[in-house]
Design a protein around this ligand. Structure first.
Ligand code: 1AE
Length: 410
């Protein structure tokens, strides 16, 4: 193959299909439209636009059980067909095709020339660690809960208590939008003031990821307003807006704070084995390429569960050094409590953000103790001390109460 290509891998289920024919129909249909009908002279001109079948790997089931025969198809698409942005690539490789039978987009490999349009995360894992001055342990993020209908004083108090617990990051609830009680700039000012007050007591730096919302055309302006008011991080619901919105925000030199990305709506796209986009691509590779510094996704342990194998593949996609952009922090989330910390560290290592809402605010001794329990659980897990043993040590009362409520898994 001459020229530059991006390669898509699909898993296609069909009991009877000729998968080689299917591969060819995708490669031709999603590029030049038709090939055999073209006159020879036209073929020479169109050759550079033609998609190619790279491989077809068929999985034939044992016996005749229906619904289990599939093939992995790799199709190469010439860069010359699309502009250097994710909407163009995604519509090319999985526009109409996403509606054409049992087919799931499993992976994308990008050409160097396509990649050159993507600076990736502005901070990445190392940059976020540097901002916080924390290099020797996983980070801890706390999620605001009960925010709708509450006023600034209430939010400030909630922020302060979370910060006192020793968390590194606090993120807005993703369902908090512009509203008269806690408007963006006032919210940032109140919370950053609480952050300074807590820092004077804990000595710990903190990032507040404020939810960036509003019309797409106003996102960059809203981000800059938040930053001017003192915001030192952003939270963004990428899938509601599209990857290109994240790409633009992260590439904007005036938006010089880390961006945490929320997986809202991802459940409509990745869980089916037959349809949609695989989680490692959706929440890993594409988030990172578009500029996510910290990518949230359902963990394998908590309340909203993504299977372990997929979790590990998302982690790899965020950290893998074969993608020539900064690494992004994996943030396995939902239903996380201190008793799960040993499992999180076992599976993710040090380069992970432990993220909890209910597991902090629901602590029997209150929100600040919730954060402390997580920090005590992290210290124990890092030293290889079982949580139940650590919970009995003086100074670890917050952990003891947490383990009493939620238990410990190790
Ligand atoms: C997968 C996203 C998790 C999230 O946004 C969230 O709010 C989790 O809350 P908890 O920790 O389950 O209470």
């Amino acid at each position: 193959m001459n020229g530059a290509y991006c390669v898509a891998t699909y898993r296609c289920y069909d009991d009877k299909a000729d998968f080689h024919k299917k591969g060819l129909s995708i490669a031709v249909g999603l590029t030049v439209g038709s090939w055999t009908d073209l006159p020879e002279a036209r073929k020479a001109e169109m050759e550079k636009h033609l998609g190619r079948v790279v491989s077809v790997t068929i999985h034939e089931p044992e016996g005749a059980a229906p619904g289990v025969r599939y093939a992995d198809l790799k199709i190469a698409y010439p860069d010359v067909n699309f502009s250097r942005d994710l909407p163009a690539l995604l519509v090319t490789v999985f526009g109409k095709l996403s509606m054409d039978g049992k087919i799931k987009l499993v992976d994308l490999e990008f050409s160097p020339s396509f990649l050159s349009a993507f600076p990736g995360p502005k901070f990445g894992l190392e940059g976020v660690r540097k901002l916080l001055g924390v290099h020797d342990r996983p980070l801890l993020m706390s999620i605001f809960k009960s925010v709708i209908g509450h006023d600034l004083a209430n939010l400030r108090e909630q922020f302060y208590l979370q910060a006192l617990g020793g968390v590194d990051l606090i993120k807005d609830d993703e369902i908090l939008f512009e509203n008269p009680l806690t408007p963006l700039e006032k919210r940032v000012e109140a919370c950053m003031e609480a952050a300074r007050e807590a820092e004077s007591r804990t000595g710990q730096k903190l990032l507040y990821a404020v939810n960036l919302t509003g019309k797409t055309s106003q996102l960059a302006a809203n981000a800059k307003r938040a930053i001017a008011a003192g915001a030192n991080a952003l939270l963004f619901n990428v899938l509601a807006y599209g990857y290109d919105a994240l790409h633009e925000l992260s590439a904007d030199r005036d938006i010089n704070v880390p961006i945490a990305t929320h997986p809202a709506m991802a459940g409509a796209l990745y869980p089916s084995p037959h349809y949609g986009i695989a989680a490692p691509l959706l929440l890993g590779k594409l988030m990172r390429l578009a500029g996510s510094d910290l990518s949230l996704f359902p963990s394998p342990y908590g309340s909203v569960v993504m299977p372990m194998e997929e979790n590990m593949a998302v982690k790899t996609a965020l950290l893998d050094s074969s993608l020539p952009v900064r690494k992004a922090f994996p943030v396995p989330s939902a239903g996380i409590h201190p008793g799960l910390v040993p499992l999180i560290l076992r599976d993710f290592g040090q380069d992970v953000v432990v993220n909890a809402g209910g597991g902090i605010h629901g602590h029997p001794m209150g929100t600040a103790a919730g954060g402390q329990a997580f920090r005590q659980a992290m210290a124990a897990a890092q030293s290889g001390i079982p949580l139940r043993e650590a919970a009995g040590k003086p100074g670890n009362e917050a952990l003891e109460a947490a383990v009493g409520l939620w238990g410990a898994k190790e």
